[in-house]
Ligand binder design. Sequence first.
Ligand code: MEV
Length: 317
Amino acid sequence: MTAASAPGKVILFGEHAVVSGFPALGGAIDLRARAKVLDCPGKLLIETEGLFVSGFSLDLLSGQVLCRQASHAARYVSAVLREFDASDLSIRIESSIPPASGLGSSAAITVACLAAVSRHLGHDLPAKEVAALSHRIEKTVQNGLGSPMDTALATFGGYLRVCRQVEPLALPPLQMVVGDTGKPHDTRQQVAGVQALKERYPDLVNPIFQAIGAISSRAAGLIEEQNLSELGALMNANHGLLEALGVGSRELSELVYAARNSGALGAKITGAGGGGCMIALPGPGNGKALIAAMRQARGRAFPAVAGCEGVRMEADT
Ligand code: MEV
């Protein structure tokens, strides 16, 4: 038996601007995907179990899929298995990361699976290779889409500054609250919409990207100093700029204002927008109040710590 786990992520600052080469800042969060590999002669089984993926079982040899939702996870796992030309294995995936909500669920599943399968087959891949290979696999499954941020955060953990290159930053952990609208979002569509706006109005959109990039650059220093009130102010500014780019939605705004009105130091969309998730920075001792207010605003809300550990091998449990 070989097992590995990898974290999900939030984009703290810089989404969309990063697509045009401006800096973004992301952090690994303490929700994880786990992959467990066992020898299974004559079969190639993928099984999932977890809070957000209803249990299912798939035999890749017979092609039997028992649950449609979970086949999403299976696409990444089977791409990893193909990469290693694997057979005679059973892979069990568990994840506490909500899928398709911009929290890096597919990257975490890919990285955990790749780490567990490669180790089980006797390969000792350095982290850099795990990140590069996982990024290539994720991109292939997503038809060419996918920034290196998600797979790099799932591999290395901590925080990353992304600006053409990916650079790790040594910063302290940050307590946040994540709000999930439950509304599906389409990253490709949101990115295309923003890029089309930039084509039409480069004189308007380029300065917005520049302002978002400046916010991302300042944020790392504020996390380092634990200057949370200024960090919150920059989250609010970044949210306003994302609204200006047209990626807001009623559901996201309701969660952002529910958080702010109950004492959050700042709140913003995280990821592509349109639906998916937002993040809020709680003030001293008011995390529970934020969660209650965001749930009242019909969101799924949960605490998350940014800056957590990357991929790691796990003992059998
Ligand atoms: C999506 O999670 C983040 C975007 O900036 C797209 C990307 O960086 O690939 C919107």
